[in-house]
Write a protein that binds this ligand. Structure first.
Ligand SMILES: CC(=O)SCCNC(=O)CCNC(=O)[C@H](O)C(C)(C)COP(=O)(O)OP(=O)(O)OC[C@H]1O[C@@H](n2cnc3c(N)ncnc32)[C@H](O)[C@@H]1OP(=O)(O)O
Ligand SMILES: O=CC(=O)O
Ligand SMILES: [Mg+2]
Length: 531
């Protein structure tokens, strides 16, 4: 085995194939970024706790007085490369071989490949994902399934964007000077190291999506990492482009500031609706006045979600930046044409609304949705690549609009049971290595599952956590439902699958997470220690 650079240790499989990704030079590059920036990451994570303590004490977020000049200033992000000007439909999905090929061939303009919400970050998935992407960039990625069906890339493929993990996650299989490396720095640095030059030679570039940030200072950290990484690889400053997911309530108060921090490297903002809802629950979970209705009622048209989406379009377009819409969780339904038609009509309505509001494109979860979404953007854009020139002077979003958390009702027994069911099924699947699954005909990933499990925690504690039949949601009620839900899951999937997927372990973790006094910051944090 080749000697590792000083201070670096690998605590996972290190096959010859893996060693190509984890080469001494690539690891030295990761280590350079880690040593320079991990201290700041830790400070920013500590800052999240301080802000949470302020919210717990009753403080409400507002637009920051100290950045008023940024909001009032007349500035725009740097010009976009041509292949980021056209993003009508973006498909997303985990970094798995077949999915990557299907997504790149799907007819979508762009494809966000995902080390984050839709991916279990086990060592195999992370490193095999990097191998797959390296081959995809070089157009050599191919695959044959068990039936002999061959998968390979078409001549025309979607523009690739990569989503590394968020600031809260570590990569425990690599330590540097005895410290776990940041998952986000690890994913970003390995991808950039192996692919940036090749992408530039092929007329595209290293493009990223940045998840779950809570402040413009977190965006500043990414920007500083980009500058150091470009210097380290001797590629021009501004080559990297990144779209930030506005998917926390605190980031919604700092959208201008986030674009400003990243203005040399920005490719706009995305309305990451699922984590956004989760963030609202997490940030206000102890507020006795806060309590959201059943998950299914929290749609993009409820007041606080509408305010967030419209303000995102307005902010982006003022700064010459693309505004990308989020994802409907509906996916094609097999074997039930009527239900499928309904689901497809709802996806279409979601895209019609976003395109009409001014979004320049939107996400889809499945190749079967690309055409529907594309039709809705083409109706609005015609031959134009985007509608960044569409300003929204009519939108005036206040802090009160962003914090207008309605509806509070209904909360029902079926809604509670569904949250428990989704929570257990998703945790089981995640532990088994699959971070994105269809559950009851909806796409479920880490963000959607976070809503389910945090609602259960909050309904138990909130005085408003009362079912429409008048009964208070309690820990005992949840504990009593869990074995019933496990039975439902066994009946739905059959004994063989039930024996293979760790649903029982998931149920124990779910019970612990939803009934313990302490709120688990992210469900992936304790789960990661178990894989
Ligand atoms: C909140 C957020 O962060 S949203 C972003 C993260 N979430 C995502 O990216 C969702 C990704 N989507 C998925 O993983 C999948 O669509 C699932 C798990 C929801 C459903 O997948 P499946 O059960 O395999 O769906 P289905 O059987 O209908 O798939 C049909 C074909 O489409 C492919 N496919 C489905 N979704 C995708 C996708 N997102 N990208 C590429 N290919 C896909 C399947 O691999 C399958 O290919 P095949 O016919 O060659 O075998
Ligand atoms: O990442 C997207 C989201 O909705 O969460
Ligand atoms: Mg998300």
């Amino acid at each position: 085995m080749t000697a590792l650079p000083h201070g670096i240790q690998i605590h996972g499989e290190f096959s010859p194939e893996f060693a190509e990704i984890l080469s001494p030079d690539a690891l030295a590059f990761v280590a350079m970024l880690h040593r320079k920036f991990n201290g700041r990451r830790q400070e920013l994570l500590a800052n999240r706790q301080l802000r949470q303590a302020e919210l717990d004490a009753g403080k409400r977020p507002d637009f920051l007085p100290e950045t008023q000049a940024v909001r009032d200033g007349d500035w725009r992000i740097a010009p976009l490369p041509a292949d980021l000007a056209l993003r009508r439909v973006e498909i997303t999905g985990p970094v798995e071989k077949k999915m990557i090929i299907n997504a790149l061939n799907s007819g979508a303009d762009s494809y966000m490949t995902d080390f984050e919400d839709s991916n279990t970050p086990n060592w195999l998935n992370q490193i095999q994902g990097q191998i797959n992407l390296k081959q995809a960039v070089r157009r050599t990625l191919s695959f044959s399934n068990e039936a002999g069906k061959r998968y390979q890339l078409n001549d025309k493929i979607a523009t690739l964007l990569v989503r590394p993990r968020g600031w809260h996650l570590d990569e425990k299989h690599v330590t540097i000077d005895g410290e776990r490396v940041s998952g986000g720095i690890f994913d970003f640095a390995l991808f950039l190291f192996h692919n940036a030059r090749e992408q530039l030679a092929r007329g595209t570039g290293p493009y990223f999506y940045l998840p779950k940030m809570e402040s413009h200072l977190e965006a500043r950290l990414w920007n500083d990492i980009f500058v150091a990484a470009q210097e380290g690889l001797n590629i021009p400053r501004g080559t990297i482009k990144a779209t930030v997911l506005v998917e926390t309530i605190l980031a919604a108060f700092e959208m201008d500031e986030i674009l400003y921090e990243l203005r040399e490297h920005s490719a706009g903002l995305n309305a990451g609706r699922w984590d956004y809802i989760f963030s609202c629950i997490k940030k206000f979970k102890t507020d006795r006045d806060f309590c959201l209705a059943n998950r299914a009622q929290i749609t993009m048209t409820v007041p606080f979600m509408r305010a967030y989406a419209l303000n995102l379009v307005k902010t982006c377009h003022k700064r010459g930046a693309p505004a990308i819409g989020g994802m409907s969780a509906l996916i094609p339904i097999k074997g039930n044409p009527e239900a499928n038609d309904k689901a497809m009509a709802a996806v279409r309505a979601d895209k019609t609304r976003d395109a009409g509001d001014g979004f320049d494109g939107g996400w889809v979860a499945h190749p079967g949705l690309v055409q529907i979404a594309m039709e809705e953007w083409v109706k609005v854009l015609g031959e134009r690549p985007n509608q960044i020139d569409k300003q929204r002077p009519d939108v005036h979003t206040t802090a009160a609009d962003l914090l207008n958390f309605q509806p509070e009702q209904p909360i029902t027994a079926a809604g509670l049971r569904m949250n428990i069911d989704v929570g257990i099924q998703y945790l089981g699947s995640w532990l088994a290595g699959n971070g994105c699954v269809p559950i009851h005909n909806l796409m479920e990933d880490a963000a959607t599952a976070e809503i389910s499990r945090s609602q259960v925690w909050q309904w138990i504690r909130s005085p408003k956590g009362v079912l429409d039949d008048g009964s208070k949601v309690t820990a005992e009620m949840v504990r009593a439902l869990i074995p019933q839900v496990l039975d439902d899951i066994r009946n739905e999937h059959g004994d063989a699958t039930f024996a293979k997927v760790p649903y029982t372990q998931a149920a124990t973790i779910f019970e612990q997470m939803s009934t313990s006094e302490q709120f688990t910051e992210f469900l992936t944090l304790p789960l990661y220690e178990k894989i």
